[in-house]
Design a protein. Structure first.
Length: 294
């Protein structure tokens, strides 16, 4: 299902957001998810280097499920961020490019669907708190990060426009000299892009791989994109240079994630074109990418 991604994940660092817990219990769907542990090695094989884990579903299977997810992902060779195993474990994702640029990714979620972080494990999941987030970014720079990115689970589901609270938080975070960009998820549909204080803000990236789609009364739910952000680093100075996107489609029934422009299955070509146009409408405001169906 992920095989076509191998040719698309060509950045120095390739990141994903994993919304559901990985456990050995039977798979389950909405509203309390459980995903097979085999997803982790599949993500690694596809070319991902690490994934954010803090979302409104992080605690769907309780503390045990959250810890299982971290261990399973790390055992597969993936860096995790947004959650931690214990008080001494870091919830920051640390990466190094081939030319020595050190990148830190910080992941936070707006909430946990009514579940509560256990009192004895306050470190388990990162929840959005502007003061704590800015402090974490400052510490990451102090600890040697050249580039600091936020991976944020925020906004409103199925809204194609970023909310006022998203925009306010984006302005406040990007104002900090310790923050270099924001990548957002949770809406399950594309939201707009922006450059604020010279830094890229991707409010919502749709669904890269999902069972949501027209068949589930969510007509935009199978649209996704792979976004590449390019930075120039000279000593302590970081500049956002450019960004691009490749529209993707989760193909119905086969559940293969495919670059939308390469879809040839007759009953899915129209949906692939809609993904391309949808991405252009939202991501094309700032990023380079295809505007028309091939």
């Amino acid at each position: 299902m992920f095989a076509p991604l191998k040719d698309l994940l060509q950045a120095d660092i390739n990141l994903c957001h994993l919304e559901t817990p990985l456990t050995k219990s039977p798979p389950s769907g909405y509203p309390v998810f459980s995903t097979p542990v085999t997803l982790a090695p599949a993500l690694k094989a596809a070319g991902f280097d690490g994934c954010s884990l803090a979302s409104n579903h992080t605690l769907d299977k309780g503390k045990t499920g959250a810890l299982s997810t971290i261990r399973t992902m790390r055992d597969a060779g993936l860096t995790t961020f947004g959650t931690a195993l214990n008080a001494n474990d870091s919830s920051v994702g640390w990466f190094m490019t081939d030319n020595g640029v050190k990148v830190a990714v910080l992941n936070y979620t707006y909430g946990l669907n009514g579940f509560r972080i256990p009192a004895d494990s306050p470190w388990l999941v990162n929840v959005i708190n502007q003061k704590k987030m800015l402090k974490a970014a400052r510490i990451a720079k102090r600890d040697g990060a050249n580039v600091v990115l936020f991976s944020l689970h925020w906004g409103n589901e199925y809204w194609q426009q970023a909310s006022s609270s998203q925009k306010l938080l984006a302005r406040k975070l990007t104002k900090s000299p310790y923050v270099d960009g924001i990548i957002g998820h949770h809406s399950h549909v594309f939201q707009e892009t922006d450059v604020i204080n010279g830094k890229p803000v991707i409010y919502g990236l749709g669904n890269l791989w999902s069972g949501q789609g027209p068949w589930a009364s969510l007509p935009l739910g199978q649209h996704g994109a792979i976004v590449t952000l390019n930075f120039e680093v000279e000593g302590d100075i970081v500049r956002y240079i450019s960004g691009s996107y490749v529209p993707t489609l989760t193909v119905k029934d086969s559940w293969v994630v495919q670059e939308a422009a390469t879809v040839r299955r007759g009953d899915q070509i129209g949906e692939a074109c809609r993904s391309i146009r949808n991405a252009a409408k939202h991501l094309g405001q700032v990023l380079d990418g295809p505007r028309k169906c091939p």
